[in-house]
Design a protein around this ligand. Sequence first.
Ligand SMILES: Cc1cc2nc3c(=O)[nH]c(=O)nc-3n(C[C@H](O)[C@H](O)[C@H](O)COP(=O)(O)O)c2cc1C
Length: 174
Amino acid sequence: MSDVWDAIRGKRMVRRFADRLLRPEHLTRIVDAGRHAGSSKNKQRWDFVVVEDRARLGALAKVGPFADHVGGAAAAVALVTPDPTVGGASLSLVWDAGLAAENMMLAAWELGVGSCPATVYEQSVARQVLGIPEDRWCGYVLSFGYPADPEDMTRPPKAGGRRPLDEVIHRETW
Ligand SMILES: Cc1cc2nc3c(=O)[nH]c(=O)nc-3n(C[C@H](O)[C@H](O)[C@H](O)COP(=O)(O)O)c2cc1C
């Protein structure tokens, strides 16, 4: 089990990727890891749109101001759910997608594949580039690829990169 702990502690965001495709079995494993995530009432209200086409990746990089890394990725996986912003939608839609995303990024890390999320600010761009149906929503796109700089896989965390345990933990009550 220490492998899981090592991956949780060691995984860094990777935003610059080598110019080569992912091995098909790596890409399949990554998406499959997302499918294995738990979800509220096991509803699995997610679909994953896998993109490898260079022009489409370039277009997807326009979904938001911090999505440039998608343009250089070997593959992107768009997380598509029912729209969580409409009245009465369940918060668990976004929770569930987040669990699937972390599963994918950790599975990728084990394979030597780096990743980074991109927040979709321009829903219309994601919708148009990916052909998402009207009743669905794409809040996040994940970039994947072998790192351009292999040292990204062993890079230590930035100093102060995470709040200390003592600061975030509250025991028994706030
Ligand atoms: C919900 C969420 C949305 C994010 N959106 C973006 C994004 O749009 N662009 C980006 O480059 N990184 C994005 N990130 C990555 C964060 O910036 C990153 O997790 C944080 O800076 C910590 O980086 P580190 O793990 O390398 O220390 C997102 C992360 C999360 C969890």
